[in-house]
Write a protein that binds this ligand. Structure first.
Ligand SMILES: [Fe+2]
Length: 203
């Protein structure tokens, strides 16, 4: 089987080193973790290419182990590209298309923020705002690990990383303070760019 092309880590935007309430040291360590996910994605795909498919077994097999951990590595890549992609902005309330969607589907920006904050407090690794193409609305979801609880045919638009590695250096166990800092650094123009690029229907 041919090996899919390697992917390379996306460069870290300089603005991420100057966030409000999330330190440069924290972001640099977090970026190194992201680089690790990229490396493991490439390594696992190369290992998979050389396996004999006849040995696949649901109890234990190399194929099973590698495919399960591939989902963790690829999740780690995609999740952090969203996370780093939409930080570095001025925070505040959203504007434009994403504001209209949030107000339609949550009632108000405050209600959306309260629910995502609570979702982030209830999760172990991630909280998401995603657009569900079947229900045609936004909703907030928990993702405990890089690869848990995906909702099929839903497109993530806000990616709140609540793994301890995202905040322990700056806030120890005060996850709520970190979540407030996350909101204060969101770049809504990036999120609106995704809404437009994906062709999400206007509210
Ligand atoms: Fe992370």
């Amino acid at each position: 089987m041919s090996i899919p092309a390697d992917v390379a880590p996306r460069p870290l935007k300089p603005a991420l080193l100057e966030l409000h309430g999330i330190s440069r040291a924290s972001i640099e360590a977090h970026y190194r973790l992201y680089q690790g996910y990229v490396g493991k994605r490439n390594e696992i795909l190369a290992a998979l290419a050389g396996l004999d498919r006849a040995d696949a077994n649901q109890v234990y097999s190399e194929l099973r182990a590698l495919k399960v951990e591939l989902s963790f590595a690829v999740g780690g890549v995609k999740n952090h590209e969203l996370y780093f992609g939409h930080l570095g902005g001025p925070g505040g309330d959203p504007s434009g298309a994403i504001r209209d969607l949030i107000e339609r589907d949550f009632g108000s920006v405050a209600a959306w923020r309260d629910d995502l904050r609570a979702t982030g407090m209830a999760g172990r690794g991630w909280a998401w705002t995603a657009y569900d193409w079947d229900e045609r609305r936004l909703s907030n979801h928990i993702g405990d690990a890089q690869n848990t609880y995906p909702v099929w045919n839903a497109t993530p638009l806000v990616a709140l990383d609540t793994y301890e590695h995202a905040y322990f250096l700056d806030y120890q166990t005060d996850r709520g303070a970190y979540i407030d800092a996350f909101f204060a650094n969101l770049d809504w123009s990036v999120v609106n760019g995704w809404v437009s690029a994906y062709g999400i229907p206007a509210a």
